[in-house]
Design a protein around this ligand. Structure first.
Ligand code: FAD
Length: 374
């Protein structure tokens, strides 16, 4: 055996799994297809939202609570600042999925929150144009993570705990063996008892049985310099706005970056090997159209832009499970555009599944077979 566990993919979830496994005493061999610190997958772009009143589904809240605790633990252990707490504002039509979903999670799990009507929104957040009849939910326990530093921190701590991590070395194929798994990379063949596949947008290539349920979507992040009120923008919480056409979200002004905003799910299907990484005028226009309507002072000079990829499932919930017919292979995938914040707890869950065969965390709603059954 070359290792107890091989981890294929060392991005958000793979780096976290490598750390948790190594910290629990497993010998870990990790591979990534790109160089260390690359931003060609789903985790680039300097910031990721973390929040608890989860409009997507209340079942995520226990995982979020644990994820938050583990981010703070990771900061203590590493000495890094990874999570900036800003509070979070979720606003839109009260009957829409965002506001009603956030309230459902907050009320189900007794999360501290405030409900704001349109006039309260206007008083507290005058940088936005708020229509009559809209409602906001504000929660204090929300903010943003620095994704590149989070991944590097997990990688470093994994190595400190004994893991061997190899970059620029894609896993090309794997097979189950009587004792575990055999993994072939661009440079050799390696045997281990278990395999974790956390290949993000490339998951279908390494776990083809999941491919019918996964679709990769190109997604564009944009940074703007506000035309005025920079200090007021710096004091904003993270915000998600359920507008008439889709959900948009953004961050406060961050020194050196500007204000980052993006729209959710414009629906541009992509292949991770050929995705168009150039940001077009059309990509920018559809976000500027929203800025003109809702945050006119952000509609200034474009500071930066980046193409990223979502890996979506039909129900927008993740897959965290053992692979059917391959009990030694565990997968974490398809974070459907909202998985980064969970990567601490997903690493912990992957380590549980690999080392104990089960986890105390409530993850049945993330099983692969729900999609097949569904
Ligand atoms: C634009 C955008 C905005 C987002 N905003 C948020 C947000 O605000 N909050 C939030 O929580 N989530 C957000 N997400 C989602 C979140 O970023 C992703 O769910 C998360 O980063 C996915 O992590 P991952 O480990 O699956 O993928 P990645 O971090 O991309 O890691 C996959 C790794 O696998 C490697 N790999 C692929 N194939 C192979 C192979 N054959 N062999 C070896 N290695 C391989 C890749 O090189 C990569 O390093 C956003 C996503 C995008 C794209």
């Amino acid at each position: 055996m070359d290792a107890d566990v091989i981890v294929a993919g060392l991005g958000a979830h793979g780096s976290s799994a490598a750390y948790r496994l190594a910290a629990r005493g497993a010998s870990v061999l990790g591979f990534d297809r790109f160089v260390r610190g690359h931003t060609l997958g789903s985790s680039g772009g300097l910031s990721r939202i973390i929040r608890l009143s989860y409009y997507e589904h209340p079942d995520y809240v226990p995982l979020l609570r644990r994820a938050w605790t583990l981010w703070r633990d990771l900061e203590r252990v590493s000495g890094e600042t990874l999570l900036t707490e800003t509070g979070g504002l979720y606003a839109g039509d009260p009957t829409g999925e965002l506001v009603s979903g956030a309230l459902l999670s907050a009320r189900t799990h007794h999360l501290e929150h405030e409900v704001l009507d349109a006039s309260a929104l206007r008083r507290r957040y005058p940088l936005f144009e708020w229509p009559d009849g809209w409602q906001g939910v504000f929660e204090k326990q929300a903010g943003w993570l620095a994704p590149e530093l989070c991944i590097e921190t997990h990688l470093r701590l994994a190595e400190d705990s004994g893991a061997t991590l190899r970059f620029d070395e894609p896993v090309e194929r794997w097979e189950s063996t009587p004792d575990g798994v055999r993994v072939s990379t661009s440079t050799g063949t390696f045997d281990a008892k278990k395999l974790v596949i956390a290949a993000g947008a490339w998951e279908s290539q390494l776990a083809p049985s999941l491919a019918p349920e996964l679709s990769v979507e190109r997604s564009v992040l944009l940074w703007f310099e506000p035309t005025a009120e920079r200090d007021a923008f710096a004091r904003l919480p993270i915000y998600i706005v359920d507008d008439t056409d889709r959900i948009f979200y953004g961050f406060p002004y961050i020194e050196g970056q500007g204000v980052k905003v993006a729209g959710l799910h414009f629906g541009d299907r992509a292949d991770p090997d050929t995705v168009d990484r150039t940001v077009s005028a059309g990509d920018e226009d559809r976000v500027r159209a929203w800025l003109r309507r809702r945050m006119p002072l952000v509609n200034g000079e474009r500071r930066d832009a980046k193409v990223c990829m979502y890996t979506n499932t039909p129900d927008a919930n993740f897959i965290v499970d053992r692979l059917a017919d391959h009990p030694n292979v565990v997968v974490a995938s398809a974070c459907s555009g909202h998985g980064f914040k969970f990567s601490t707890v997903i690493g912990e869950i992957l380590a549980d599944l690999v080392l104990d065969g089960e986890t105390r965390h409530p993850i049945s709603f993330l099983s692969a077979d729900r999609l097949v059954r569904g």
